[in-house]
Design a protein around this ligand. Sequence first.
Ligand code: GTP
Ligand code: MG
Length: 246
Amino acid sequence: MDSNQLEQTLVLIKPDALKNSVTGFILSQLSEFHTGSRFAAAKIVNVHRMLAEEHYAEHRGKAFYAALLDYITGAVHYPVDVWKRRVIAIVYLGPNVLKTVREMAGPTNPHKAREERPGCLRALGTVVPILDAKGNKIDDRMDNLIHASATYEDAEREIKLWFLPHDIPPLMRAYPTEVCETHYYYKDDRLFNTYEPDSVFLLAPGDVVWKSDLEILRQHAQGQPSQGQLNKVVAKYLVNRTAQEQ
Ligand code: GTP
Ligand code: MG
């Protein structure tokens, strides 16, 4: 495959899409028939707060940030049935796939989507006011059904954040991988090479890892810590951990 054929994007079918049963419609729109692109990987993800924070790191500190995390973790649409809190994460691959899927999604704001691009997926979304403790509106939450990476750089960061190499068939992987030579465990913002009680297992010798992730882990293990970087690697190992493990 040449590099153009390996263009990839991360698509998230968000909790509002699952709740409103438009999953099938979205998947059908994404099909090879409609887009000329192919599914490379897919999984059902109970989104850990740390994964949500890493995914939306650029919005940290904004008025809508807390509501955005509650939305993507599923807490907004499934306040009681915690077990239903999921998104469907997909790696989608094909020529011009970034642009194709962004256009299919449409504008971020569903009101704008309905006005400017009737028929796009986000035209089916909604906008909900975010209120402060006194009931005053502070911003909007945009429930827009689908996420699609905006640039090549975003796609690489996001795919490595949500997926391990072994989630993707080897010939469909777009980013360099490397074989890990040691054990890694994580607990309380620290890395360990042997098991510690209550630590999260990350890697064992022989595991195939994104090369850039392994570089971050090695740097950390050699005492050059950068917590933000480490969280980026660890967040994907928290996918589908139970509430007790969070
Ligand atoms: P995603 O595909 O979800 O990443 O949307 P996007 O790429 O169109 O927008 P962006 O990455 O900038 O923002 C991520 C999410 O934050 C959006 O889907 C919105 O829910 C929310 N958001 C982004 N910008 C704004 C804003 O200016 N105001 C409000 N209220 N919400 C925003
Ligand atoms: Mg975005």
